[in-house]
Design a protein around this ligand. Structure first.
Ligand code: FES
Length: 125
């Protein structure tokens, strides 16, 4: 019989996953599955990371005060209209994103709270 699984304390969680203790405001997910990569999503992901670092917004080891986490994700079904970029908790899904769009998304949406309407294809909630 398996031992009952013990639930870690909040202190143990914080030691194992320091991100738990930081006040992230948003997550940016860039699809890096096959079709989005074929349409340039890796450059979009790099543009987000570079601009977010410049703006001191990116949460990473070098800036744990950053308010935005940015990472890649698998296909979300926008394969024919990628690169797909998702912003949470807003539930905004952008399509056809290029590196040139990234500064506008950061300025308008991530800093200003106003999604870039011309690129939005789906809004959850
Ligand atoms: S490959 Fe990016 S949404 Fe499907």
């Amino acid at each position: 019989m398996d031992e009952p699984r013990s639930i870690p304390s909040p202190e143990q969680d914080a030691a194992l996953a320091p991100v738990i203790g930081h006040a992230l405001k948003r997550q940016v997910l860039v699809c890096t599955s096959k079709s989005c990569v074929a349409n340039g999503s890796e450059a979009v992901l790099e543009a987000f990371r570079a601009h977010l670092i410049e703006e001191k917004l990116l949460f990473y080891k070098g800036n744990q005060a950053g308010e935005v986490q940015c990472s890649h994700c698998g296909s979300v079904g926008f394969c024919a209209i990628g690169p797909a970029v998702l912003v949470y908790p807003d539930g905004i899904w952008y399509a056809h994103v290029t590196p040139a769009d990234v500064p506008e998304i950061i300025e308008s949406h991530l800093k200003g709270g106003v999604p870039v309407a011309r690129l939005v294809r789906k809004h959850l909630g």
